[in-house]
Design a protein. Structure first.
Length: 511
């Protein structure tokens, strides 16, 4: 097969969320595009929220690769049809979170699925096609073979990942002037990866399945080179460190922080970490000095029963102590909360948000419990999923039937919590405390959360129209009322039909 030109496409997310106003690509897209370019292919990359897709150029490709979240699957399906209508022989590859977990579903619409990490897999697939080799020898893929589905064993996780993504491969990336950012209410963020994997096993988290539990490190020299490259390219000082857990190896983290300080890098960093970071005050002091100013922490709840169910290996008391220590070092906390587990009630949700206010957490991100409709789904039984379409499985919409409240009630409680936490009273409290910056940012978050509340309002009406018969007068789920395969019956677990995603059903929910 002739393969010279390879195009990458990442469709835009369909609904408002907390990163709607951020300009950055998903980290893996430019990374894999760069690796493919370095393997000798002519590569272009379209990240739709950054720049428009040039379809005439796409049609000149030899292979098209899509990055797909669950929420972008409907649009991905449409784009694949658009390509196949013109060039039915065009090989289509899909990778990303949805493809990795729901590969049976994804394979209905493409020729090949790359599961989990694509650093080594995608170049090997292209090389195999180019040389008429055997796909059966390529690890980590699922594909069609003369009308039959084949799936090879998982590829071991990549141990070396030193490639610096070439962001200029993204069409339109350099076209965001400061005036354009201001006019469109956007903010440019740079992404940085220093490690992969997370040793923890939180029951709701997809990260261990995607990146493994073994902790793999990128070299410090390469990280520093990446930071300097991105700052020189666009002049942005805002960096989001996308590691699942930045501080697992504390000594290595200290070595990196000391190097950042030594290099006099001027930036504003955010990283993911856990409450255990508070046990090392030397590390906290270094983070502050290295200008990693905000810690994005998966707090999830202040209810011990919920924390135990989610396998968080933390308690309310431990969280309060850790947060006090972290804030004593002048670090900000963005607390992430998962809402709607089987131990959650309306009272526990409200208590958690009030605790976040009382403890003076700086910012919150709120997510309904989520997962995928699999027979062995760890948190949500397959018959409790409520998925008329994939596009709403984006961490914003309630897509299941909670045990102790109706789904519409959970959606309302999340909206209520956002409104309370980022409301005028809490903004003024921060300003009166003298924390003007936090107050101003909360005004921005209030606007963004208003967009989310508006976006979910039609969904709430849809939920209210169909949920009633599954709950008693106290809003307790009547599980015996549920069909064995859920409200939207499955053709087979893991298929798009399992989620009811017939083309005629995509408009369900009021849009």
């Amino acid at each position: 097969m002739k393969i010279e030109k390879v195009t990458f496409i990442s469709p835009e997310l369909p609904y408002f969320n907390l990163v709607t106003h951020a300009v950055f690509p998903e980290y893996g897209v430019p990374l894999i595009a760069t690796i493919t370019r370095d393997a000798g292919y002519d590569v272009k990359c379209y990240v739709e929220h950054i720049g428009p897709i040039d379809w005439d150029d796409v049609m000149k490709s030899d292979v098209v690769c899509f990055h797909a979240f669950s929420s972008t699957m409907p649009k991905t399906i449409d784009y694949i049809k658009k390509i196949k209508d013109v060039k039915p022989e065009m090989p289509i590859i899909i990778g990303g979170t949805h493809a990795s977990v729901m590969w049976e579903d994804t394979l209905q619409y493409c020729d090949l699925v790359v599961r989990k990490e694509g650093d080594e897999t995608l170049p090997e697939v292209l090389d195999t096609w180019k040389n008429d080799g055997e796909l059966a020898k390529v690890l980590g893929i699922s594909y069609w073979d003369h009308g039959k589905v084949r799936s090879t064993p998982d590829r071991p996780f990549t141990q070396e990942f030193e490639t610096i993504p070439d962001l200029e491969l993204i069409q339109g990336y350099m076209n965001w002037s400061r005036w354009k950012l201001l006019r469109k209410l956007k903010m440019r963020w740079q992404l940085l990866q220093t490690s992969r994997g997370c040793p923890y096993d939180c029951s709701f988290c997809i990260a261990p399945r995607e990146l493994g539990r073994a902790y793999r490190l990128r070299s410090i020299d390469n990280i520093i080179e990446d930071i300097k490259y991105q700052q020189k390219l666009v002049g942005s000082k805002y960096f989001f460190i996308v590691d699942n857990h930045f501080t697992v190896n504390r000594q290595r983290t200290k070595d990196l922080l000391n190097r950042i300080i030594e290099e006099k890098i001027q930036w504003y960093g955010i990283c993911f970490t856990r409450m255990e970071v508070a046990r090392d005050e030397e590390l906290l002091a270094l983070m502050k000095k290295a200008q990693i100013n905000t810690l994005y922490m998966g707090l999830e709840s202040f209810d011990n029963n919920v924390l135990k169910l989610l396998n968080k290996a933390q308690t309310q008391e431990g969280l309060r102590k850790s947060l006090a220590t972290i804030k004593s070092h002048g670090l900000r906390v963005l607390g992430s909360f998962v809402m709607g587990s089987d131990e959650d009630t309306v009272d526990s949700l409200r208590s958690t948000i009030q605790s976040a206010i009382d403890i003076d957490i700086d910012y919150v991100a709120l997510f309904p419990l989520s997962g995928y409709p699999e027979l062995n789904s760890p948190n949500i039984k397959i018959n409790r999923f409520f998925l008329p379409s994939w596009d709403r499985l984006d961490g914003t919409f309630v897509m299941f039937l909670p045990k102790n409240m109706k789904p519409s009630t959970l959606q309302k409680e999340i909206n209520r919590a956002y409104k309370k936490f980022y409301g005028p009273k809490q903004v003024m409290r921060r300003i009166i405390q003298g924390d003007i910056m936090c107050g101003l940012k909360r005004i921005a978050y209030y606007y963004w959360s208003w967009e989310i509340r508006r976006s979910t309002s039609k969904w709430i009406k849809y939920l209210e129209s169909v949920e009633g018969k599954y709950y008693d007068e106290n809003e307790k789920l009547i599980e015996e009322m549920l069909p064995e395969e859920g409200i939207h019956p499955a053709k087979f677990p893991g298929s798009t039909l399992a989620a009811g995603l017939e083309r005629t059903a995509i408009t369900m929910g009021g849009d």
